[in-house]
Ligand binder design. Sequence first.
Ligand code: CIZ
Length: 309
Amino acid sequence: MAKAIYNNIQDEIEALKRERKAVIVAHNYQVGEIQDAADFLGDSLNLARWARETDAEVILFCGVHFMAETASILCPDKKVLVPDPEAGCSLADMIRPEDVRRWKLEHLNGVVVAYVNTTAAVKAESDYCCTSANAEQVVRAIPEDKEVLFIPDFYLGSYVKEQTGRKNLHLWRGYCPSHVLIQSADIRRLRTEHPQAEFLMHPECGCLTKSMHLADRILSTEGMTRYVKESPAQEFIVATETGILHRMKKENPQKRFYPASEHAICHYMKMNTLEKVVESLENLQYEVKVPKELAERALLPIERMLAIR
Ligand code: CIZ
């Protein structure tokens, strides 16, 4: 059969979505064109919730690999696709399941709290998952007498430790290579250049301890997008991956946004393109399927995360 001719790639994607009974979910750090093509846009917590609720047969997950794994674990009967199977996460790669097992042996009373930026195999060794939006609430839900083993992000863990005052919280020393590029010197300069701007900071930032006293709010990406809508301020300095600025500008065209660092770019997130989205829907590639036994073990900490908030 002859291939239909479309005026533009967006029309082609819409037609393929209808044909495949598919939805596109996209993370806040995706390139602008993919954010614009998405049915759902958000952080990994909300995307996981949407993935579970949709009655679509195919979920095209535009983010990084661990996010698609989470969707596959939550929706074992749906086909979860990613546009590029190489789009991974350096932070997630900083801890392996055997590292978690070894750490647990050193802390037999320990409860493992895994940031959602972990592989399914690491989640399967964990007790709770959390995102930056609910990490504090998750840790507060754990009885005080239990040691907490927080993996893998050192900076988010340090922030939670400080907020909860929890002395028995141990930290893994992983970090997000994009967020460590945000420097406190840049933040001080931007605050001087834009004295009216509010400064919003993500807890994965490597300069969190040095700069948190300068921040008006420390928030997850979803918290940031909500906050900029509600705040009467007209200007914002945003310390997280720069992809989020597309959404902020689109939703608040009258406000101004400055990235805390132009270099805070996740190259894995940017591997997805509209062309790869088309190929993915056309060929139903690349499927992410977590093996059943592993998925069953990883589901419990994810369910606990979804129950808290
Ligand atoms: O949980 C997420 O989606 C990430 C990686 C960051 C955030 O704050 O939304």
